[in-house]
Design a binder for this molecule. Sequence first.
Ligand code: SF4
Length: 299
Amino acid sequence: MDRAKQVQEMTETIAKFIAYFGKVLPDDIQKKLKELEEAEVNPIAKLTYETMFRNQELALKLNRPSCQDTGVIQFFARVGTKFPLIDDLPEIFKNSVLIATKCAPLRHNAVETFDEYNTGCNVGYRVPSIDWEIIPNSDELNLDIYMAGGGCSLPGRGMVLMPSAGYEGVTKFVLDIMTSYGLNACPPLLVGVGIATSIETAAVLSKKALMRPLGTKNPNERAAMMEEELERGINAIGLGPQGLSGNNSVMGVHIENAARHPSTIGVAVNTGCWSHRRGNIIFHSDFSYTITSHKEAII
Ligand code: SF4
């Protein structure tokens, strides 16, 4: 197959995958929502979960997005230096969004800042966003794709704390955000926390924390303990599904961290909502692919 054909096929595969996971939640999210529903005793919360499951059934049956806000598309690419189409990837990503906008369909969510017009195609200046990680000596592309909705992006906050604030300061920061802005994203939430030196490094890590599958823990024992403590603390707020009260407020809390300057604690929070539409697809060097986030995906 010639290069142009390979580019076209990969573009179409990614577009179809975006359209698919806009309707079908990832396996880990579906499983967690079931668990939360079973653990729930509050009748309104139970009914809310039932409505969410019905929403999911109808999205598939009627071939419509799971939520009207299909977000801004974000790519997180871990790309091997030997992946054959490495030079074409920015165009492939952009064109896949253009195609998905029509075939999914996706709501038009790209408004040019300052010029204040909607591009009408979900592509604009620096949109879709692409985060690159180069993997030496690999010939694969491991791609997380995320629909960043308005509501689930609204609680996002970041701050650089004085070092004396310590981990208590980090905990207070996260809980303050959840008690003030958590309702803007439709709970139960996936809460991503980034801890690093400066604001931008913490912010990127907090979003990457949302790409981690549920059930995984931070490899550092203390960080993993903090994930559990924060989950318990946020659940105790009692937001419940859609903020209508209930036993649990979150699907999980994920922390991603980096070594930091001794004089700072940069911390940031990002949230994913119950309709956490992300997908992971791995392209191999022969352009076959493996979808890890949706085991039964047909695209
Ligand atoms: S927070 Fe999530 S479920 Fe709620 S409107 Fe936004 S994208 Fe949809």
